[in-house]
Design a protein around this ligand. Sequence first.
Ligand code: PMP
Length: 287
Amino acid sequence: RIAYVNGRYVPHGEACVHVEDRGFQFADGVYEVCEIWDGYIVDMTRHLDRLARSLNELQMDWPVERRAMESILRETARRNRVKKGLVYLQVTRGVARRDFAFPKTPIPATLVVTARSVPPGNAVKIGEEGIAVVTTPDIRWERVDIKTVALLPQVLAKQKAVRAGAKEAWMYDKDGFITEGASSNAWIVNQDGTLVTRPAERGILRGITRAAIMDFAAAHDIKVEERPFTIDEAKAAREAFITSATMTATPVVKIDETPIGNGAPGSVVSELRARFHEGVEKLPLSV
Ligand code: PMP
């Protein structure tokens, strides 16, 4: 495997950043994960638009020009021969003596890109079986709309899920409304087939896959309600699912100890999953 680190492609095992990198010291950095599907990068424009926003919110500059970033993502995926899988990018504020405030004189940002294949069989199995989720309080900070690498609350939430034999944790706010998954957005399907998901303005990451599902729904006359929903409403829903770049739309068949619907993936999410790639932007790895 090959990784990109600050201008160089290096063997994955030798890919390193400095001990005083602000990403390591303070989680002072942002990231993106794009799906690679059938030799294409999915929705790169939206991912890089969100990256631009994350960087801007943290008063960071692009580490390389956007066009160069696109080339690096493609080249990293190509060098790792990824046809189905993911490409990961991380930008940190750079390397400086450990001080909380930004360095007084500008320093070069750190850019790291990795890519890896995911066996297609995994996705088939998960689509057929669905996943279980557990609920856990959302203990994150208020700026979860920024895609930072400060992910400790999600690490703990995911570990709780794993310990319970589940694949994802759904976090809930102080009023008992689901915010989102540890690394995904949360959805339910009403008895009348309407999709329900929390509004993007507050308390969640504006998922790219979430936006793609909205587009698909709009194009196919599927109703979507953007409103918060409670754990109890989710447990009583006809279907439930999560969305993320690496999971597309994945059925949720159990929340805590409660089976959803008849405990098997529902027809709405199964169709969303099967047809997910129809409408998304697909950029070939080689141009
Ligand atoms: N919410 C959180 C907290 C996430 O970490 C992710 C995945 N990075 C998502 C939602 C899904 O976002 P996307 O569809 O852009 O992968």
